[in-house]
Design a protein around this ligand. Structure first.
Ligand code: AMP
Length: 491
């Protein structure tokens, strides 16, 4: 989900000084406790978005909707809220963390009363031609209620001339480019869909005969559901009380799921593409140790994201693993106001040095990724202040050089450290004694391949390679209008 249109003012807090997180979706059909289970599922998916959350249910007569700003545990912790969400059919959404455009009308699931009945949608991903479609729709008379790219699908369904709702939905999907995992609800149907290359994840589960759709398996685990399978790339699943029906409306293409799910997004206990995310991250650490061995005394993870890779790195290097940095988990977003003074303190509020294991030692710091380099720079200097003799940096993914348009929402390319500096310049910027990133082939090796197959890459890895698997119509359109306005200025 991304924001388009004029009204979205975006301020960045200290926490936003990096890539932003994605969204998480959940849906269930045929269970008495549909809303409560959805709240639990969203709670397990909270790492995918902390800004807002919502649940829509259908109770046999009407649709019920509760949407909140903030965390699931704060918004859906009261029985009175769950009681408002009657019905055996529910979908829910957690939204990624930006501080701007925090308006309830953008909070999902979005709902529309269509000619065919009510339709609610929850979306993870980003439609890369949403702005273009939205402009056309508005020119054609559509009135948009939100500034989210997600709303476009509701207008496309509403305008379709097909008879069956599922045909109308599929007709809408055919016009979309980019990344999507949808969970939708009608007055009797739960629908799930993944884009033709399956960039964003979506899994199917079963609980007491009730089908569940969720972004990650950790949401199935929390409700005690059994994992059935993943929704395939390009697949639309329609779940009714009669069971699950699968449609493959797009020309078959090889899947290219987003590799960043393994590196950072997914919860370590989730299974993605049949792999345990935690084990993959450890393998990335092992591979990094093979590519960039370090002559040091101790391996220190940057918590929490660097922990599994650091464990793998330490194990492969036969070095001690120590928690040399302690993370404060109680740094709330409300406390980190975007005041310049406090922003500068950001990382100190979140991390502190554990002097006892650092002083006088040669250490290697391990993190999963570098975006703007803010975290690494601050932590290298914190380690030196705590008495480290040498501080080496090892990053368990390749250099992030290209912007994301599929829901990760990376900063502009010019703000990505690796897009603007050589490795040596980055090392100097961080103040580290040495710096190495995992290679692209090394990343693929830790996923069980020989390396990246350049003629047929197995993952969406544009952040590192610039190889975008879908058209980027809006981005190109923006570029064109930028060029045109530059031309106009010159004239
Ligand atoms: P930076 O400080 O800008 O270099 O960001 C790097 C840190 O952000 C690393 O510790 C990562 O674990 C973390 N990170 C990477 N991707 C994301 C994301 N999408 N949202 C939030 N944090 C992220």
């Amino acid at each position: 989900m991304a924001f388009i249109g004029g009204t979205a003012e975006v301020e960045h807090s200290c926490e936003d000084d990096k890539l932003r997180e994605e969204c998480g979706v959940f849906g269930i059909l045929g269970h008495n406790d549909a809303a409560a289970l959805t709240a639990l599922g969203l709670h397990a998916l909270q790492h995918r978005g902390q800004e807002a959350c919502g649940i829509v249910t259908f109770d046999g007569n009407k649709f019920n909707s509760e949407r909140r700003l903030g965390l699931v545990g704060d918004g859906f912790n009261k029985q009175s809220v769950i009681d408002c969400l009657q019905g055996e059919l529910a979908i829910g959404h957690v939204r990624y963390s930006t501080t701007g455009s925090t308006v309830l009308r953008n909070v999902q699931p979005l709902f529309a009363d269509l000619h065919s009945g009510g339709f609610a949608v929850a979306h993870n991903g980003n439609i890369t031609n949403a702005r273009t479609l939205r402009d056309e729709l508005i020119r054609d008379g559509a009135i948009c209620q939100s500034t989210s790219d997600t709303e476009v699908i509701l207008h496309l369904i509403a305008r379709s001339q097909k008879t069956r709702i599922i045909e109308r939905f599929i007709e809408g999907l055919r016009l979309l480019e980019g990344a999507y995992a949808w969970v939708c609800l009608t007055n009797g149907m739960l629908i799930g869909a993944r884009d033709p290359v399956g960039i964003r994840p979506l899994v199917i589960g079963l609980l007491d005969g009730a089908y569940i759709l969720a972004s990650e398996t950790c949401a199935l685990d929390i409700v005690g559901a059994e994992f059935v399978r993943e929704v395939q790339n390009g697949e639309v699943v329609v779940i009714t009380e009669d069971g699950l029906e699968s449609h493959l409306p797009f020309p078959q293409r090889p899947a290219r799921p987003c590799i960043f799910e393994y590196i950072y997004f997914a919860r370590p206990d989730s299974m993605v593409g049949g792999r345990n995310v935690y084990e993959v991250r450890k393998d990335m650490g092992r591979q990094l140790a093979a590519e960039a061995p370090s002559d040091v005394d101790v391996v220190v993870p940057i918590p929490d994201s660097g922990v599994p890779a650091a464990l793998g790195f330490a194990e492969a290097s036969s070095l001690p693993f120590e928690l040399g940095i302690i993370r404060n988990h109680y740094v709330g977003r409300t406390f980190i106001e975007p005041e310049q003074q406090i922003r500068a303190l950001g990382v100190k509020l979140k991390h502190s040095a554990n002097r006892g294991v650092i002083a006088g030692k040669r250490i290697v710091l391990i993190d999963d990724s570098v975006v703007r380099g803010t975290t690494s720079k601050k932590l290298v200097s914190m380690m030196r202040e705590a008495g480290a003799r040498e501080v080496h940096m090892r990053i368990a993914c390749p250099e992030i050089k290209y912007g994301d348009y599929y829901g990760i929402d990376t900063p502009d390319r010019k703000e990505l450290l690796a897009a603007t500096m050589s490795c040596e310049e980055m090392r100097a910027f961080m103040g580290a004694d040495s710096l190495t990133f995992l290679s692209v082939d090394g990343l693929y090796k830790s996923m069980g391949y020989e390396g990246r197959d350049n003629s047929m890459p197995q993952f969406t890895d544009h952040c590192f390679t610039g190889d975008y698997p879908t058209p980027l119509t809006d981005v190109k359109g923006n570029e064109m209008s930028r060029q045109l306005s530059l031309l106009a200025e010159v004239r």
